[in-house]
Design a protein around this ligand. Sequence first.
Ligand SMILES: Cc1cc2nc3c(=O)[nH]c(=O)nc-3n(C[C@H](O)[C@H](O)[C@H](O)COP(=O)(O)OP(=O)(O)OC[C@H]3O[C@@H](n4cnc5c(N)ncnc54)[C@H](O)[C@@H]3O)c2cc1C
Length: 403
Amino acid sequence: MPVQRYAVVGGGIIGTAVARRLLARAPDAVVTVLEKEDRLAAHQTGRNSGVVHAGLYYEPGSLKATLCRRGVSLLREFCAEKGLPYEEIGKVLVALDGAEEERLGAIAERARANGVPGVRVIDRAELHELEPHVAGIAALHSPTTAIVDYVAVTEQLAEEARKAGATVRTGFEVAGLRSTGGEVVVTSTAGEEVVVDRVVLCSGLQVDRLARLAGDDDAPRIVPFRGEYYALRPDKRALVNGLVYPVPDPRYPFLGVHLTPRVDGEVLVGPNAVLALAREGYRWRDVSPTELAAIVRFPGFRRFAKQHWRTGLAEMRGSLSKRAYTAAARRYVPELTVEDMVPATAGIRAQALESDGSLVDDFRITRRGAVVAVRNAPSPAATSSLAIAEHLVELLLAEGTAP
Ligand SMILES: Cc1cc2nc3c(=O)[nH]c(=O)nc-3n(C[C@H](O)[C@H](O)[C@H](O)COP(=O)(O)OP(=O)(O)OC[C@H]3O[C@@H](n4cnc5c(N)ncnc54)[C@H](O)[C@@H]3O)c2cc1C
């Protein structure tokens, strides 16, 4: 096979993992990572909860379920090899009432079907032993759920890719993708060009726009959902030992404020989920009228909003009122007070939405000619990143993928 030239657009955890994996599988390939910011991991990868999800909730057999489990093993191994922190602090899904307790059994069953080790339902006494400050009548305990530093992982992945021959260019914002005679000309906003045989779009919040430039379908579209966090004051960090989560509402599995210790010792409370008023709008005052208009004009969003406006309003209330946000967290840790929490970071989920208003649940990778796009990679995609890279690179190298 002739030497192939690849451009990977996006220097988050998936882009860097893909570049590294490509060179492991095709050592002669010419690989260039193009990242628009002046550093790697500036968006979702550097603004998330830092949890290595064990794979409790995902539909057995889905990409999320299989790549999450494979991703956990690869990530654990990678962190051990590179001396990066990987702490199995465990997680409890806390049931506050009988209805929630009833749901724990089904989640445990699903977790076992996904091959998650050590998961079991525990009673109030055991929960109290693990988490003395947490209220709840029962819980599901996942002892292997872990925390890591995804920025450090990304930097290390990029370093490995560089060592294997990749070029990593920051400050290169891709603005055009033009296929001509079997090649793709990738142009930046500054007018620079990179000519390659294949392009892989790992561009998170911007991926649908870039995929459309390559002739891919209009939908699903990315709708940006901001997740805002508070942090516990240092003297309150001991209120939790591990990860404390609500029992997920099957209708809104990514909702529900949780408590998340981080590898640097900080404890985050959150995130919530509110519509961001720009794709990279980390604060309420970050508004892009053009992007907002495009979201609102998208029929998929209008259908989604019609169905879920009540939940949306409740999330907004938590966003605008610290008291309401604290009240949500206090259901799990009754000792918490408004004074214990200080505003912290925010991240924006790149969630793909279909034209019919449904959220794309599974990871989705599409291909148009020489361009492969990761069109939906929300949580647990950081956990799954090394496995997503394995999967995607096999698709890329497989027979029949030539444009
Ligand atoms: C609030 C929040 C909490 C989360 N918690 C977890 C968690 O605990 N565990 C977990 O597994 N997952 C979690 N996730 C999900 C996880 O962070 C993402 O799935 C993962 O980071 C996706 O990685 P990525 O590389 O696809 O995206 P990103 O990290 O967003 O990277 C995309 C990159 O593409 C670049 N880019 C975009 N457009 C262009 C362009 N035109 N030219 C060049 N570069 C471009 C961007 O600058 C960016 O650096 C969370 C997400 C959020 C938002």
